[in-house]
Design a protein around this ligand. Structure first.
Ligand code: PLP
Length: 448
């Protein structure tokens, strides 16, 4: 019944005047034109001109259950009417406890406890600060360096952003470089010419082992890695590589942090991909996005009982993990995440597993196009990479970003694309049907 006063200009104009959008160039910061999205329904969104578009990236890899789910919106309303907020500092709420139990039940190994955050960056930041705390309490104050890889994306807070691998994410920003050691991206498409994928995996594992030996395990606190590098261009690592890295970490008391902000909650057909898809049992899993299908900003880190037991047994029972967010364990976020888990377990995961091969197979046909160097992916995430030519496979560089150009074409044809320089990433809502996949691929083909 609340009538909002009509704004004095349309939303796009107000945004140009007053919004700082994410990832702007300095030349347009605070004055950027971005297309309005007005509403969503299922796998579709509607733009400012009323045009219906397939939401190819599911928002930002997050609207896993699809837009306009009454089950999710209704639960948020009910929870807000029951309890809209409580302080996590010295009280707790029921939805967060029930959700932690439900999430832990899906987790590999002895991952048993959840610290809830407001999204992925704060989940990764929480994990890194936990490692620092853990090693301080255990008497290893020198064991703090972080291992990360080219192509990685872990967030936009200071420590999480320091792990990011793409140069343009770092070039103009200050990052904690002294804390991070960079390793190669496990990108089979960019492996040395003539090398088999198996030999490439060996090379990556050797690089990891040699780095640990050179720097010393007593200096390295954690390895942080996405099971599939998402924003790096859907880099699916070579078979067997992740379990071998996991073993090196275990042997050297290096915490293995698996960043499942994108891969978790159904994107690869499972709640968590670490064990169920890649056969690893990390010390910590970070998650966000799909946990609420994007209906509420929620994330978390899932930590192992072993690490918590080490802390409880330590010589410093009074040491404080001085870390918490006002919105830790937010009741509305946790309630909608519970309803979202019901949807995922109630059929969406099965559907995602069933359509994934078709999704990959149809997209793969785009390799027929001369601009396309490779289409790769797993589950319901995929990347179309454009190359200058098939001989060199050099990224296609023109005086404009190819991905943005393809996105603009596809937009006019009814599809939103996530452009990543010379790549297009596709990660639609998990409820997408086979005929909708056909529509998506047909538009993408024409757009390219
Ligand atoms: N980790 C990964 C793998 C991501 O892809 C992202 C965001 O895309 C983040 C962390 C950061 O999450 P957020 O943007 O919710 O802070």
């Amino acid at each position: 019944s609340f009538e909002r006063q009509a704004p004095e200009a349309d939303a796009e104009e107000l945004a140009r005047r007053h919004l700082v959008q994410p990832w702007p160039y300095a030349g347009s910061i605070g004055s950027e034109a971005r297309g309005l999205i007005g509403s969503g329904d299922g796998i579709y969104v509607t733009d400012g001109e009323g045009r219906r578009l397939i939401d190819g990236p599911a928002g930002m890899w997050c609207v896993n259950a699809g837009h306009r789910r009454e089950e999710l919106a209704g639960v948020m309303y009910e929870q807000a009417m029951r309890l809209s907020y409580n302080t996590p500092w010295y009280t707790m709420n029921e939805p967060s406890a029930v959700l932690a139990e439900r999430i832990a039940a899906h987790a590999p190994g002895d991952l048993s406890h959840v610290f809830f955050t407001t999204g992925g960056s704060s989940a990764v930041e929480s994990a890194l600060r936990f490692m620092q705390f853990y090693n301080n309490v255990r008497g290893w104050p020198e064991k703090k360096l972080l291992l990360s890889r080219g192509g990685a994306y872990h967030g936009s807070t200071y420590l999480s952003a320091s792990l990011n691998g793409r140069p343009r994410d770092r070039d103009w920003m200050d990052v904690a470089d002294g804390l991070v050691v960079k390793l190669s991206s496990p990108d089979p498409f960019r492996r040395p010419e003539g090398m088999t994928v198996e030999a490439f995996a060996d090379q990556l594992v050797d690089e990891f082992a040699e780095t640990v030996a050179r720097i010393g395990a007593d200096k390295i606190g954690a390895f942080v890695g996405e099971p599939v590098q998402a924003s790096g261009g859907v880099i699916v690592p070579p078979p067997g590589y992740l379990p071998r890295i996991r073993e090196i970490c275990r042997d050297n008391d290096i915490l293995y942090v698996s960043d499942e902000v994108v891969t978790g909650f159904g994107r690869l057909g499972e709640i968590f991909a670490s064990q169920d898809v890649f056969g690893i049992d990390p010390d910590i899993i970070t998650f966000a996005k799909g946990v609420t299908s994007g209906y509420f900003p929620l994330g978390g880190m899932l930590v192992s009982e072993r690490l918590l037991a080490d802390l409880r047994r330590s010589n410093h029972p009074d040491a404080m993990y001085a870390h918490g967010l006002t919105y830790t364990s937010h009741p509305v976020g946790c309630a909608v995440a519970l309803a979202n888990l019901d949807l995922l377990e109630g059929g969406i995961l099965d559907h995602a597993r069933a359509v994934a091969p078709y999704f990959q197979e149809r997209l793969k046909t785009l390799e027929e196009l001369p601009l396309v160097g490779e289409v790769r992916g797993v589950g319901l995430m995929a990347c179309v990479e454009c190359v200058a030519d098939r001989e060199s496979n050099d990224p296609l560089k023109l005086d404009y970003e190819v991905g943005k150009r393809i996105d603009a074409h596809c937009h006019s044809l009814g599809l939103l694309v996530r452009p990543l320089i010379h790549m297009c990433v596709m990660s639609p809502p998990l409820i997408i049907s086979r005929s909708q996949i056909d529509d998506m691929v047909a538009i993408l083909r024409e757009g390219i």
